[in-house]
Write a protein that binds this ligand. Structure first.
Ligand SMILES: *[C@@H]1O[C@H](CO)[C@@H](O)[C@H](O)[C@H]1NC(C)=O
Ligand SMILES: *[C@@H]1O[C@H](CO)[C@@H](O)[C@H](O)[C@H]1NC(C)=O
Ligand SMILES: *[C@@H]1O[C@H](CO)[C@@H](O)[C@H](O)[C@H]1NC(C)=O
Length: 272
């Protein structure tokens, strides 16, 4: 009885804070997002055990995250599906802004077969998330290992033979500024080693997110035409990186602009 009362008071308090304070809304939204991420990743483990190392195991967590978007006030759309690389593995490049990029993964996972991600092997030891992550086919790498180049070749082979789509953030860290950070080489070395195409994907800037501000908003995701890597060598790496950077940067700007124009129009409609 005491616990019930306590919970009700806590919920009432959170609802009041949500109503009166945008800072509280920011923290509550992130708290719920974190809880949903962990819960929807780990709760389906018993089902995932039925077919280990299968990318479809992440479909339930992905659905959980997409459902959570309604609470967060986030809508999303994916365009350019016709550009999806068919019948081979590929390295998918995404711009990296926030923890909320998990939503982008959750939108891409069901529309593309054989998605996977690469994680540091330390993530595997964060149980039970590590197990869940292994079950949906995450490729774990040892960053500290001596044979780092070997590992890239081996991972490249895995991508090729499994026809896997590896989702990567070439900027390396997340950043909310208006310009993409310079790309790191890792994803490109991997693409060369896999002898598979690169598939750039642009995500609109999260203008709804700011310093302790988390408004409602729309995430626009655009799958861009593949960049072939056939016949390229390490010498071609700088040119390849420049090409990918320019295409992504241009498209992030473009879809962000479309997004902002649309949301202004919506506001005008509401006022009228
Ligand atoms: C996904 O992987 C399976 C098994 O490796 C393969 O048969 C299938 O063609 C792949 N799908 C795509 C779209 O590449
Ligand atoms: C990786 O693969 C490339 C080309 O397949 C080969 O030239 C290189 O020696 C390999 N590197 C290692 C460390 O095995
Ligand atoms: C994002 O990048 C800009 C420019 O390099 C830098 O000033 C800023 O500190 C970065 N922010 C984060 C959160 O990394």
């Amino acid at each position: 009885m005491g616990l019930l009362l306590y919970t009700m008071v806590l919920v009432a308090l959170l609802v009041i804070l949500w109503r009166i304070s945008s800072v509280a809304r920011y923290w509550i939204k992130f708290l719920v997002f974190g809880l949903v991420s962990v819960f929807s990743s780990c709760a389906p483990i018993p089902i995932m055990l039925l077919r280990p190392r299968d990318s479809r195991n992440a479909l339930l967590p992905a659905a959980g995250l997409r459902a959570c978007c309604r609470f967060l006030g986030i809508t999303h759309s994916v365009e350019g599906l016709e550009n999806t690389v068919k019948n081979s593995g590929c390295v998918i490049l995404l711009n990296h802004q926030s923890m909320l990029d998990l939503i982008v993964l959750a939108c891409l996972w069901p529309v593309m077969d054989n998605c996977t991600v690469i994680s540091k092997k330390e993530v595997f030891y964060m149980q039970p998330f590590g197990l869940a992550s292994w079950l949906w086919g995450t490729i774990f790498i040892d960053r500290a290992a001596k044979g780092a180049k070997d590992a890239v070749n081996k991972t490249g082979e895995t991508i090729r033979s499994r026809k896997a789509r590896v989702l990567m953030f070439p900027e390396g860290t997340r950043n909310m500024s208006k310009k993409l950070l310079p790309f790191k080489k890792g994803a490109f070395h991997l693409a060369l080693a896999s002898r598979c195409p690169i598939q750039p994907v642009a995500v609109s800037r999260f203008s709804f997110l700011g310093n302790q501000r988390f408004d409602d908003g729309h995430i626009r995701i655009k799958i861009l035409p593949q960049i072939p890597t056939e016949g390229l060598t390490v010498d071609d790496l700088p040119k390849l990186m420049d090409k990918a950077y320019n295409i992504m940067s241009e498209n992030v700007d473009q879809i962000t602009k479309i997004n902002e124009e649309k949301s202004t129009n919506n506001c005008k409609l509401k006022v009228n």
